[in-house]
Design a protein around this ligand. Sequence first.
Ligand code: NDP
Ligand code: 8X3
Length: 253
Amino acid sequence: MMKNNIAFITGATSGFGRAAARRFAQDGWSLVLSGRRMERLIELKEELTDVPVHIIQLDVRDEEAVQQAVAELPAEFAQVKLLLNNAGLALAPQGAPQVELKDWHTMIDTNIKGLVNVTHALLPRLIETGAGATILNVGSIAGQWPYPGSHVYGASKAFVKQFSYNLRCDLQGTGVRVTDLAPGIAETEFTLVRTKGDQQASDNLYNGTTPLSAEDIAEQMFYIATLPDHININRVEVMPTRQAWSAFAIDRD
Ligand code: NDP
Ligand code: 8X3
């Protein structure tokens, strides 16, 4: 009997994570779906009836809860092949001097510590899975390129990038692959969260251009995770065609 592929997805309640759940389900993967909003996880499980789905209400910042969730994975979901470290957020789009310290802490706790919590808990299972296992970390163009208002968000994604590279060194010989997938502007609930619920600001950002969609990114995720075992994509940076860099800012008298 063919072994079932199992994906463990953080942040499956919205945006990229939810689209990825749908994409991997299309190909028959078993899914462990996590996030804080349980009602959305239940809805998604009710939608994805063709594949085995295990849902976990989980805040990735809660180290003990993460360890427990992994330890208590039902046997049929235990041999994880893909860890999709997707849960994350940006806060405080204003410049650094105007930011509340707690917003910086929330980004560090989620994008860095949360990602590290889940990775640490699942590493033994991924190593046991061996060849073809994948840790797919969702970084950002903000981890590579500076822009105003990116401060700790971009820095947290730079961590994701370097952590991904460094993990590759330590996982050499295990067969486990690691990728930093770094998208540019994509229309999800990301800006609604970043602006603490300002729907107008979110609409203004995405209107009149063609951002990436959650499905575009889910397709990339699926591609990366299903390549032949001997191929490791180290980093993918993907922008919509209508996004590019801008000129350096010069302060003048
Ligand atoms: P969404 O806001 O649509 O989704 C974010 C997901 O992260 C939600 O499912 C949310 O679930 C989850 N999440 C946030 N905090 C926590 C937490 N503490 N514990 C568990 N889950 C959490 O945004 P995106 O889909 O766009 O974002 C997904 C990832 O992509 C993030 O890492 C983001 O930084 C990154 N990214 C986004 C880009 C964009 O332009 N949209 C571009 C580049 C990268 P819940 O609230 O239910 O817990
Ligand atoms: C999110 C993309 O351009 O807002 O990571 O930094 S961007």
